[in-house]
Design a protein around this ligand. Structure first.
Ligand code: FMN
Length: 354
């Protein structure tokens, strides 16, 4: 996820267990092939993340192939092509879900990439560009013919953006139509949900986006359930530790201000549903230094440990920030070299009504 699944976030989650594969944020082939420093940053990964996929987006044949080669050169295990992003900036130039409208171009791109790399090529698609043209089965068959080795389907059209619920019956249909592995994606936020989706669709894997921000142990819990174990239940200490570890990893990687922004982003999602979480988030959003953040985390978990409410009465009308879609985030995805940062220093954080 653009603006979210960076080097730091991926490591944090991988360490919680149950993750089969990590994927970079989507990276613009325009940025990559012009050696944009931001794109280079987005390609970083460490051994503990493997198997690691670099996801690219774009629509220029030569640049798509060149960027794929670059991903292989830096040691990625898999090259993934994004055919799902609905952001106007991306679609206008033919990339992301725009490729679902131009299958001859998609075919050329996939064949050219296949010729350029020896690591597996995978595809992430939406169910179609518009509601009147749901073509994921056709796209999946085409991709298989071009040598694509895995399809991930987010069961919404571009037109639907993030509204309604993903249509998992389409995942079942795609799985039936091709012989390569198929993963489903969309709205998986619980163990029960994931187990049901596996059963209903016979899919080979599940991709989890937003659910991972609210529950970093979700992958491990699903894995436990699939192996017949009781799903791991994180303790209060685990929850405090994950925030502290995230902040430590961020501070190793970036200056204090952007680290604070990223911290607010994860903590905002992660403390949803926790007792007094809303008040805690308000406190975090008003924290202006690393020391303040660490102090507030300590105070919050101490209060929870004592079974008390943090900051007195709970409030629902807080400053909650939502990670609603990738629309507002394409600047953070190497779309433009040196993409912009929000004033709050919170890259990729947008209002819920975005
Ligand atoms: C903030 C944000 C950024 C995203 N960026 C990407 C991206 O870079 N590449 C991609 O394939 N999908 C991206 N997506 C889409 C998700 O991968 C996923 O398909 C979608 O959110 C539905 O799954 P979920 O309900 O598990 O979140 C993004 C979604 C969000 C919310």
């Amino acid at each position: 996820m653009a603006g979210v699944t960076d080097f730091t976030f991926r490591r944090l989650l991988k360490r919680r267990g149950g993750i089969g594969m990590t994927v970079s944020e989507f990276i613009s082939v325009e940025g990559m092939t012009r050696n944009s420093p931001q794109s280079k940053r987005m390609m970083r990964f460490v051994e503990e993340e493997r198997p690691f996929a670099v996801q690219i987006f774009g629509a220029n044949l030569d640049r798509m192939a060149m960027a794929s080669e670059m991903a292989e050169e830096i040691g990625a295990d898999i090259l993934d092509v994004n055919c799902g992003c609905p952001a106007p900036k991306v679609v206008k130039k033919g990339g992301g879900s725009g490729l679902l409208k131009d299958l001859p171009l998609l075919e050329k791109i996939l064949k050219e990439i296949k010729r350029s790399i020896s690591i597996p090529l995978t595809l992430k698609i939406r169910s179609g560009f518009s509601n009147s043209d749901v073509n994921c089965v056709e796209v999946a068959k085409l991709a298989e013919q071009c040598g694509v080795e895995h399809i991930a389907l987010h069961g919404r059209t571009r037109e639907e953006r993030y509204t309604g619920l993903a249509d998992w019956d389409l995942v079942r249909q795609v799985k039936e139509a091709v012989s390569i592995p198929v993963s489903g994606n969309g709205d998986v936020t619980s163990v029960a949900n994931a187990v049901a989706r596996f059963k209903e669709t016979n899919c080979d894997g599940i991709l989890i986006g937003r659910g991972a921000m609210q529950n970093p142990w979700l992958f491990r819990q699903i894995h436990d359930a699939l192996e017949g174990r009781e799903p791991y239940e994180p303790s209060l200490q685990d929850k405090q530790d994950v925030l502290l570890e995230f902040f430590e990893l961020l501070r190793e990687d970036m200056p204090e201000l952007p680290a604070l922004g990223k911290m607010k982003q994860l903590a905002g999602q992660f403390t949803k549903g926790l007792r007094g979480g809303s008040k805690f988030r308000q406190t975090l959003y008003h924290s202006h230094s690393a020391d303040e953040i660490l102090e507030n985390i300590g105070a919050y978990f101490d209060t929870l440990g004592r079974g008390e409410d943090f900051g007195g009465e709970q409030s629902d009308s807080d400053l909650d920030l939502e990670i609603g879609s990738c629309d507002a985030l394409s600047n953070d995805a190497g779309f433009r070299a040196g993409g912009s940062r929000s004033a709050a220093g919170a890259p990729g954080v947008s209002r819920a009504d975005n």
